[in-house]
Design a binder for this molecule. Structure first.
Ligand code: 13P
Ligand code: SF4
Length: 360
């Protein structure tokens, strides 16, 4: 294996030309997928870009590529591995590119919550587990095993709707904010939602309230999107009458309610791109995406919704050095940082992912 360290001695120009050369050498053997939060020096080399849902679909459709180099975070690469063909290898350029929200729920604690709920109600016939795609593969497998589904930021409302058509309650993890705003959009009142704190007995909720609840929300959140506050929306509206505010649904319920639009990173990008020249926007999502849109559309006035920097530090771990190192190792015949979900986990997780893909 070629070591990583020397890549940090290279200039930006050298990295660019070596990445380009390695891409050429690999040709159609390798496809680079890039999430919209990736830094520019990596994003510009992506063959295909998207939000989590689009990238999941692309991973399942690019069967000609032997290698999928996933410039995103760990759970996304796991999904690509689960949905891609057996002859394909998925690579995450830096294994430390995780997601702090995904780490807020794990199988032992979700299983413990399921068991605790089972002591209070007939959980298998009453509750559908739904995991946000920002979660570990074994939680997707848990949903596959318990008639549950996966959702993404672009389809959470439709997935909840399909779950409610089957059973009366939902256990939603790990992002409480996405679960709350999506259920509320379907008409579920806030009084019928409870937050499950995994550190407390029965999630810290009285059994009576659990029996009455329609949505049980895991106490998880995105540390990046929680920075956006209602006061920021109000400030921009006061300063720029007519401004349109668009946010990611990982933002708090209050911020989502105050915004004009909310949606996945793909929807945010599309909405701003399709708006007329001269449009004024405030965007509540990760900084790299907002900066890219600003740069791409100088004819529009684009503001970052938060006065401080809200960056996903784990997405940021994928840099040009790791990308170059990964590709040159492939050229030399070594696949580094391979993401391989254990087959038993992948089979069950695939059931929950396929249920999602059948709905949207
Ligand atoms: P999208 O699916 O909207 O791209 O979101 C992924 C994510 O992690 C947002 O924080
Ligand atoms: Fe996870 Fe938040 Fe980063 Fe998205 S922005 S990958 S939810 S930590």
């Amino acid at each position: 294996m070629i070591p990583l360290e020397p890549y940090y001695e290279l200039s930006d120009a050298d990295l660019d030309s070596r990445i380009q050369l390695a891409k050429q050498a690999l040709g159609s053997e390798c496809v680079i997928l890039g999430h919209h939060y990736q830094r520019e020096e990596v994003y510009k080399f992506a063959d295909l870009t998207g939000d989590s849902l689009k990238l999941s679909r692309l991973a399942s459709q690019k069967a000609d590529a032997r290698y999928i180099v996933f410039c995103g975070v760990h759970f996304m690469a796991e999904v690509a591995d689960i949905l891609s063909a057996p002859h394909q290898t998925v690579i995450l350029p830096d294994m430390a590119a995780g997601c702090s929200m995904a780490d807020m729920a794990d199988l032992p604690r979700v299983q413990a919550a399921w068991d605790a709920l089972g002591a209070i109600m007939d959980v298998e016939s009453l509750v559908t587990p739904i995991t946000y795609v920002n979660s570990m593969a074994d939680l997707k497998a848990f949903c596959g095993a318990h008639n549950g589904l996966v959702c993404t930021s672009s389809n959470a409302t439709r997935i909840l709707e399909s779950a409610f058509a089957q059973r009366e309650k939902v256990l939603f993890f790990p992002d409480q904010h996405l679960g709350r705003i999506s259920a509320f959009t379907l008409g579920v009142p806030l009084e019928q939602m409870v937050v499950w704190d995994p550190t407390q007995k029965n999630g810290g909720v009285e059994p009576e309230r659990l029996r009455a609840a329609r949505v049980i929300l895991w106490d998880g959140y995105c540390s990046v999107h929680q920075m956006f506050q209602p006061a920021h929306v109000e400030l921009f509206r006061a300063r720029h009458p007519g401004i349109r505010v668009i946010v990611h649904p990982e933002c708090s319920f209050e911020v989502c309610r105050l915004a004009d639009l909310r949606g996945s990173t793909e929807l945010i990008q599309k909405s701003v791109r399709e708006s007329p020249s001269g449009s004024v926007w405030a965007i509540g999502t990760e900084l790299n995406l907002v900066n890219r849109l600003k740069h791409e559309m100088p004819d529009k006035e684009i503001h970052f919704l938060c006065p401080t920097i809200c960056m996903c530090s784990t997405m940021f771990r994928i840099d040009a050095q790791h990308l170059c190192w990964t590709l040159e190792n492939l050229v030399a015949g070594t696949a580094v940082n391979v993401i391989a979900v254990p087959p038993d986990v992948a089979a069950l997780a695939r059931i929950a992912l396929d249920r999602m893909l059948a709905v949207v």
